[in-house]
Ligand binder design. Structure first.
Ligand SMILES: [Zn+2]
Length: 342
């Protein structure tokens, strides 16, 4: 963990932060976790064991993770046996949220909260402080290590899938119109890439990061740089480069807001296992938190080279006139006027 922290903080524009593990519900509504952070589960009608439905149909579909409840049900009904009792009597497949729910404060005044499912949301909450810390200039980033919690339906695979586990995450904020584009020529050793299975480069191929970026396989220069620096970290802690590969998500596997997404997989006793995920999440997170919270601090501002003065016509509702005219609806009218665009 110390090596990982040193590796990233040595960049100079990345700092370490520490945020609470108990997260208010509103934050996780904005992040999409309350509505979308689900696994499909199914119960055995004979012995009541619960399973992740997509795990039961592995081998019957190449990407069970992407299936709808109905699609999984169809596969299950083709004779999939319960791993516990070997019967084949399945309940309906349904989505189960993976977060541990709790309450902040006591009794009726308590507010719903969750144990954090990832550390990343803490970095978005701290964005205004980070922006000030970095003198209001992009790019900058933050890392956080600590416990994450996921109420897995059926943990298995030993240490790989736990309900309480240590995470290490990094969020890097860039200007999308001026993305950092580091020189990749220093990484001249080819690495194993497994590009998008639906794209023209499908299949496993050795390539340098620079070649993959020029060919348009890696879709963003900053993503290419993070792939390269992740490879540096893995080799620096003694991982055999031949047991490392970077697998790109297919369009259907990728979250709707992500533009490019790679899993770094390591070959071990459980086969190829995802150990690192690297995604270009665009401005999805900050935008969503801004929309839900109304905060205006989740942005960055570009400076003009020269100061400018501009005259603008603005609509400024006059409360002294609106109040008597609209009485208790004056607030609504004021808001509607303020929301008018040109
Ligand atoms: Zn059973």
């Amino acid at each position: 963990m110390d090596s990982w922290i040193d590796h990233w903080t040595s960049h100079g524009d990345i700092v370490e932060v520490d945020s609470p593990t108990i997260t208010p519900e509103q934050v996780l509504v904005a992040s999409g976790h309350v509505n979308e952070f689900n696994d499909l589960m199914v119960e055995c009608g004979a012995c009541t064991s619960a399973f992740r439905a997509d795990h039961l149909v592995e081998g019957r579909h190449e990407n069970p993770d992407s299936l709808s409840p109905d699609e999984v049900m169809v596969l299950l009904s083709q004779g999939v046996e319960c791993p516990t009792c070997k019967q084949s009597k399945w309940s309906d497949v349904r989505a189960m949220n993976l977060m541990f729910r709790t309450q902040i404060g006591a009794m009726g005044g308590g507010r719903t909260a969750y144990m954090r499912p990832e550390t990343a949301q803490g970095m978005f909450m701290l964005y205004p402080a980070l922006f000030r810390h970095f003198k209001q200039k992009l790019p900058f980033g933050a890392i956080q290590t600590g416990k994450g919690y996921r109420n897995e339906i059926s943990p298995r695979q030993g240490m790989i899938r736990l309900r309480e586990f240590n995470m290490a995450e990094l969020e890097y904020f860039i200007d999308p119109e001026d993305p950092p584009c580091p020189d990749l020529s220093a990484w001249d050793e080819p690495v194993t890439l497994v590009p998008d299975p639906d794209g023209e480069y499908a299949g496993e191929r050795p390539m340098t990061f620079s070649e993959a970026l020029s060919a348009g396989i890696v879709r963003h220069p900053t993503v290419a740089w993070f792939l390269a620096r992740t490879m540096d970290f893995l080799t620096s802690v003694g991982i055999d480069p031949l047991r490392v590969r970077f697998r790109q998500h297919a369009g259907s596997e990728m979250a709707h807001y992500a533009d490019d997404c790679w899993d770094c997989e390591l070959l071990g006793e459980h086969g190829w296992v995802e150990c690192v995920g690297i995604a270009n999440r665009t401005c999805h997170d900050l935008l969503s938190h801004e929309q839900h919270s109304g905060s205006k601090l989740l942005r960055a501002w570009r400076q003009f080279d020269e100061p400018r003065s501009e005259a603008r016509d603005v609509l400024a509702p006059n409360g002294a006139s609106l109040g008597p005219a609209f009485k208790d609806r004056a607030g609504d009218v004021m808001e509607a006027l303020q929301n008018l665009t040109e």
